[in-house]
Design a protein around this ligand. Structure first.
Ligand code: IMP
Length: 433
């Protein structure tokens, strides 16, 4: 079975933990989009490891990890991450594969990212300032530099010269020299070379040999360039279509789709978030959930679970099943709210609107459920969850119309429930995890 694991909200759903947990069932974990704007947090024996560019399966020594053509790679960030993992005792050198077609983030992409944000002023996107958008702009503008280009000295020189000239014209008073950049890229290419391959061919062979693949998404459905809260989105397809385009695999190779959904909602950066809680209730979720960006450290905006978002994500991605994370963060609340629709004028909307002006006028319609005082934290069997917590999960399943097969009750690998007779138990076998 090849399974896609992707975010169904605004990112930070806990994909890192879920992918790390499921990885023992797979031979390969393949990342299909985004870059080091992602921050996938994994706790191993209480040690916190944040993965940005490397697939979250990398902490398991039997697994190969592939970075697809849909990913944008900052080579310096890649090497820093590899070196950091080395210090934790993880040698990735013989298990990493990088697509020759992936695009490179150059240092000037970071500058352009900052410049673009400054230019937008109050309407800024709130990007991670990693140069992600400008790198994808160059890709779509057909002037990007790909990994394979790092090995073509003459072609690379021409591309870098032209790109630097164009950038100097764009940024007033900029006198960037192409030569040191060219030398740096050649050196990066040399270090990257042993890992570079055709990922599409590799994955096709892996799958044909019956070796299972986990397709790992970054960010979340509402940050998707096409289906998210445009323009407050990232610059790639974080939804299911990104698996095919970002890895060069056929849709027929995806046998199941697992959506990772937090038990409440969070968002980092600007843009609409209908259920956002300002004030003490939002602070309570932020503090208990330690909701601070793992890449930028920014406080995340917090709010109640939004069914309109969840149903939208279920439709776009064809979710077979949900991994519900951070249920324990709701422990101790007197009551828990769930947004089941948006009031817009005299109507109640249940489909996610494209127009941000409509979204701005939407008022969430809430259903209130009883909270639970007995902790769910660390619970590993569904029937041991407080009764009200089970009711909450059952309610989300009924309104979202997707079964919950995994429940995360804490940050550790073991703080997890794999439900019996669920998609997860069918895909992986409960007893084997
Ligand atoms: P960019 O991807 O750096 O261009 O940022 C665009 C938007 O996506 C901003 O609102 C970021 O905060 C958000 N974003 C990017 N990566 C992540 C992530 O991994 N988790 C949550 N939000 C993200």
């Amino acid at each position: 079975m090849n399974i896609a694991v992707l975010g169904a909200q605004w990112g930070d759903e806990g994909k890192g933990k879920v992918v790390d947990l499921l990885t023992p069932q797979f031979a390969v974990v393949a990342r299909y989009q985004g870059g080091h704007n992602a921050g996938h947090t994994v706790f191993v024996d209480r040690t916190k490891i944040i993965l940005r560019l490397l697939p979250s399966g990398i902490l398991h020594s039997h697994v190969s990890c592939a970075i697809g053509n849909g990913v944008v790679i900052d080579p310096q960030a890649l090497f820093t991450e590899i070196d950091e993992l080395g210090r934790f005792g993880y040698d990735v050198s013989n298990r990493l594969l990088i697509s020759e077609r992936a695009h490179i983030i150059l240092p000037y992409h970071r500058e352009l990212d900052l410049l673009s944000e400054a230019r937008r002023g109050e309407r800024k996107i709130g990007t991670t300032s990693r140069g992600i958008g400008p790198a994808y702009e160059d890709k779509i503008g057909r002037r990007g530099i790909r990994v394979c280009d790092l090995f073509d000295r003459a072609g690379l020189e021409q591309e870098i010269r032209e790109n630097v000239q164009a950038r100097n014209r764009l940024i007033k008073e900029s006198t960037l020299d192409w030569r040191p950049l060219f030398d740096q890229m050649l050196a990066y290419g040399e270090r990257m070379k042993p890992w570079v391959t055709d990922i599409s061919v590799f994955l096709a062979k892996t799958s044909a040999a019956g070796r299972p693949i986990l397709f790992e998404g970054a960010q979340g459905t509402l940050l998707d360039i096409d289906h998210g809260t445009y323009p407050f989105v990232t610059s790639s397809n974080s939804t299911i279509g990104g698996v095919c385009t970002g890895l060069g695999v056929s849709p027929k190779m995806i046998n199941g789709v697992l959506g990772v959904v937090k038990a409440y909602a969070t968002r980092v950066g600007e843009g609409p978030m209908p259920t956002e809680l300002l004030g003490a209730s939002g602070d309570r979720l932020r503090d208990s959930g330690k909701e601070f960006g793992s890449v930028t450290g920014r406080p995340r905006r917090c709010g109640w679970y939004d069914v309109v978002v969840a149903r939208y994500a279920a439709r776009i991605n064809g979710l077979d099943s949900v991994a519900l994370t951070k249920l324990d963060v709701l422990d101790g609340l007197d009551e828990v709210k769930v947004c089941t629709g948006y009031r817009f004028g005299s109507d109640v909307i249940s489909e996610w609107p494209a127009d941000l002006n409509v979204l701005a006028k939407c008022e969430p319609v809430y259903e209130t459920l009883p909270g639970w005082s007995r902790p769910s934290s660390g619970v590993t069997r569904y029937e041991d969850l407080p009764r009200e917590a089970q009711q909450y999960v059952a309610f989300l399943e009924s309104v979202t119309a997707v079964p919950v097969s995994i429940v995360s009750t804490g940050s550790g690998r073991n703080d997890t429930i794999i439900r019996e007779k669920s998609a997860a138990s069918e895909w992986f076998g409960v007893g084997t995890m």
